[in-house]
Design a protein around this ligand. Structure first.
Ligand code: PLP
Length: 400
């Protein structure tokens, strides 16, 4: 009898593992590796949020709560959706989980039957396809290259929909590309979806508040109200409020799906941490002015890296609307030779080269379904970023 579940065989080994392992070995050998692979802000959780958590502990809010969120937090989330997105939800249409990740996984587990298809525009956040596979479904990746702004077009969506399509997943601004859909683009996608009433939309708006140059964020259920009843709008506090470790994510959507997500959560993790829920409530109800200087710092770092990368022969990078990632193309480096004679055959080789020769850790694009690219996170200090850029430039100049 085999030990491990057959379902696990569906999960692809991550192409990042080899890079992570080499980086760890290098650090153990005392080498100074600049890591640009981490997907979290380098800022701290704002003080008023920490204070609310401490108060929650002192007030004894340390027990089980309702499985999918306290009534107070759900109320705050309905106010958030109304205030920021013009979306009106009842508390019974809200689910709170242990991070956006659990919320998305719950939704897929709650809805996917064997053979159901989920359309995933690529490049995508690494977890979507494997979550779909673990839920017994089939991910349908649609390649959306840089020439189309890394965004799925209405024609591509139309083409990808079959009678087995259960969901299409949108993520704007995107991890890994930072690309954001504008209102007109969402309207066009909405038009296609209105012709296919069996398809549900999951929109992952995790990076809603991290955006640049006045780019106006919008989300599909508010742009196309007719889709509201088959849209799951996922969001959370991890990125905007620098609360990655607190593990609170949430979603608004159809009551039937929300209720089923609660059933799954009730038999897996139960409620997300009571203290974290109190902190998330303070985040959603509190001041947001701390975001302006943080986004300004992110924008400066984005622009510094863009200037450096776009000046390197063989690299080319689109300017992202939001999130804190760059996804440069390294197609122009493929086929070039490193000083040790290694020929760059793929984005994995390029990331490996940056690691071994520049001591900079990046993530190869193939991890995100976007081969020929690599991802950096610019959520790290200006000094470390400048150092990383300098090292990458020097390493690229050694390729011939
Ligand atoms: N969605 C996207 C696009 C992300 O990048 C991440 C985290 O990296 C998540 C969801 C998960 O967020 P959380 O940390 O709240 O689980």
């Amino acid at each position: 009898m085999q030990l491990l579940a057959s379902l696990l065989q569906a999960v692809k080994p991550s192409p990042t593992l080899v890079i992570t392992k080499i980086a760890a070995d290098m650090r153990r050998r005392g080498l100074d590796v600049v890591s640009l692979s981490q997907g979290e802000p380098d800022f701290s959780t704002p003080d008023h949020i920490n204070a609310a958590a401490k108060l929650a502990i002192d007030n004894g809010m340390t027990r089980y709560t309702d499985v999918d969120g306290t009534p107070e937090l759900k109320d705050a989330i309905t106010r958030k959706f109304w205030r920021d997105n013009g979306l009106s939800y009842e508390p019974s249409e809200i689910s709170v989980g242990t991070g956006g990740k659990q919320v998305i996984f719950n939704a897929l587990l709650a809805t996917i039957n064997p053979g159901d298809e989920v359309i995933i525009p690529a490049p995508y956040w690494v977890s979507y396809p494997d979550m779909v596979r673990l839920a017994g479904g089939t991910p349908v990746e649609v390649l959306c290259g840089e020439s189309q702004g890394f965004k799925i077009t209405a024609a591509q969506l139309h083409e990808a929909i079959t009678p087995r399509t259960k969901w299409v997943i949108l993520n704007s601004p995107s991890n890994p590309t930072g690309a954001g859909y504008d209102k007109a683009e969402l309207e066009k996608l909405g038009k296609v979806l209105l012709d296919h009433p069996h398809v549900y939309v999951m929109t992952d708006d995790m990076y809603e508040h991290i955006r640049y140059d006045g780019w106006p964020f919008t989300t599909i259920a508010s742009v196309v109200p007719a889709l509201r009843d088959r849209t799951l709008t996922v969001n959370g506090v991890s990125k905007a409020y620098a609360m990655t470790g607190w593990r609170i994510g949430f979603a608004g959507g159809p009551r039937e799906i929300i209720s089923a997500m609660g059933t799954i959560q009730s038999q897996s993790t139960s409620n997300p941490s009571s203290v974290s829920q109190a902190a998330a409530l303070a985040a959603l109800e509190g001041p947001m002015d701390f975001l302006t200087p943080r986004n300004e710092a992110f924008r400066e770092r984005r622009d510094m890296c863009l200037d450096v990368f776009n000046a390197i022969e063989g690299l080319n990078c689109r300017r992202p609307e939001g999130a804190f990632y760059l996804f440069p193309s390294c197609e122009g480096l493929i086929g070039r030779k490193a000083p040790d004679g290694t020929v760059m055959g793929s984005d994995v080789d390029v990331s490996r080269f940056f690691l071994e020769h520049a001591h900079v850790a990046t993530v190869p694009g193939s991890a995100f379904g976007g081969p020929g690219h690599f991802r950096i996170s610019f959520a790290t200090s200006n000094e470390r970023l400048a150092e990383a850029c300098k090292r990458i430039r020097a390493a690229c100049s050694q390729l011939n």
